[in-house]
Ligand binder design. Structure first.
Ligand code: PLP
Length: 457
């Protein structure tokens, strides 16, 4: 029999009522939830008042850390002024317009229009729909296949989970849908051949991509999706020369390039966009997370004229562009995003990342000396260490040992929240983190690594 609701703890009510994303649901009652009650700066606090350094900025999103009053004020002001309006059927509102204009002005390559949505998945899903719509507009209805890479992460809707290249996003969901092609993951440490340089590895992957496009028929391949640094796949930084070589192949066969900047956008890799860090020329770009520092749900899809032109024509022919979300361009989210962009500019967030990024990267690389760490990688304020059973031959641990998850659980017990992707442990702290807090985060992580090593040893 259920006790009266008010007598039950948050943890008990959680177990009774919440279907948790990305959780082993069967084990959840036994593991129990970690109840986070507040945050300040780069730290969050649990019910008992214990602090945790948020080494992943929540879900790679809280770039300005917790407790940023200006964002609270921006939301409150907008709530009073116009808490809801939309952009459907020729309506508009000032903050939605200002945000789209601002994003176009910031775009690293010429972009034509911005579509606002509520999540990264929705932005990428919209990109997929535009690819189909455009192909029909151009009278090339067979040119619709989309290439995504092994270990990609583009979201979890039916279509975007089909692009995502991680087994647990597809297994038992009856995914992927048809029309998705899979390209290789550009992880040099794992997939390069013996003695193959980064440049040579990139050349080989570009050659494999070209062979796939030719085998499928260039008239059937519409687009290639890529994160500049692959996030949920394990923080995989592209090898030297990768994007220019890939882009040359795509250009040759008139294949659009969609760059998923959901994690990399807004300074994470050291430049405003990952596109700039790696010399990419996208036709479409998706943005979320850092766009509002995670304070309000919002995402954006930027499209160039090559995409917008035919889509606009097709909507004229049909009579409407029949796509849009109730909360796309939500005024409160748009106001929070605008204020976030103001803060990035005023506080020169890129200078901040240039200042502290090397402390994270050097700290991670110093961990290469640890017996469990096979590779340390990263750029700007995103990185990972890959845990291996044998450093000499890069042999991974047996998956059933769940070494990554074990280390992350120990790190949490020591006061740092991180995320394991297989046996890669990812770091993407708030961009406002200090050098001292990076050192403390790595110190706590080091304790967890040592403890895990002791147990595995
Ligand atoms: N794209 C990338 C690169 C992501 O990392 C994520 C989420 O982590 C998404 C898309 C999906 O975003 P959302 O969870 O807001 O749907």
């Amino acid at each position: 029999m259920q006790t009266h609701a008010s007598n039950r703890t948050i943890a008990e009510k959680d177990v009774d009522s919440v279907l948790h994303p990305y959780t082993n649901l069967k084990r959840h009652p036994e593991v129990g939830p970690l109840v986070i009650t507040r945050g300040q700066g780069v730290r969050v606090y649990d019910e008992a008042g214990r602090d945790y350094i948020e080494g992943l900025a929540g879900l790679w999103c809280t770039s300005l850390g917790w407790g940023e009053e200006r964002l609270v004020e921006a939301a409150a002001r907008q709530m009073r002024q116009l808490p809801f309006y939309h952009l459907f059927s020729h309506k508009t509102h000032d903050v939605g317009v200002e945000l789209c204009a601002r994003l176009l002005a910031m775009a690293p390559v010429p972009m034509s229009k911005v579509f606002l949505a509520g999540s990264g998945s929705e932005a990428n899903d919209t990109a997929i729909k535009l690819i189909h719509y455009r192909a029909n507009a151009l009278g090339t209805p067979d040119k619709k296949k989309i290439i995504a890479r092994e270990k990609a992460y583009h979201g979890v809707t039916v279509a975007t989970a089909s692009l995502t290249g991680l087994v647990n996003n597809q297994r038992s969901f009856d995914l992927p849908i048809p029309g998705v092609l899979r390209a290789a993951c550009p992880h040099h440490y794992r997939f390069a051949k013996d003695g193959e340089s980064e440049e040579d590895f990139s050349t080989r992957l570009a050659g494999e991509l070209e062979a796939m496009i030719l085998a499928e028929g260039p008239d059937t391949v519409a687009a290639f999706f890529a994160e500049p640094v692959m996030g949920a796949g394990g923080v995989i930084v592209p090898p030297a020369g990768y994007f220019p070589k890939i882009q040359a192949v795509l250009d040759r066969y008139d294949v659009l390039l969609v760059v998923d900047e959901v994690i990399c956008g807004f300074g994470r890799t050291g430049k405003m966009f990952g596109t700039e860090t790696f010399g990419i020329r996208p036709d479409m770009m998706t943005l979320a997370k850092g766009l509002s520092s995670g304070y309000a749900p919002i995402s954006a899809l930027m499209v160039n004229e090559r995409v917008y032109g035919p889509v606009a024509e097709e909507s004229g022919r049909i009579g409407v562009f029949g796509h849009g979300y109730t909360y796309g361009g939500h005024p409160v989210s748009a106001a929070v995003a605008l204020e976030t962009l103001n803060i990035y500019a005023e506080r020169d967030i890129l200078a901040q990342v240039a200042e502290v990024g090397p402390v994270l990267q050097d700290g991670l690389r110093a961990l290469r000396g640890h017996p469990l760490v096979g590779e340390a990688r990263g750029v700007g304020l995103i990185g990972a260490v890959e845990l291996v059973a044998d450093k000499a031959n890069r042999a991974p641990f047996p998956p059933e040992l769940a070494v990554g998850a074990r280390v992350v659980a120990k790190a949490q017990a020591k006061g740092v929240i991180l995320r394991a992707m297989g046996d890669a442990v990812a770091f993407a702290p708030p961009l406002v983190i200090s050098k001292a807090d990076i050192a403390e985060m790595l110190r706590r992580f080091g304790l967890a690594l040592d403890e895990a090593h002791g147990e595995l040893g």
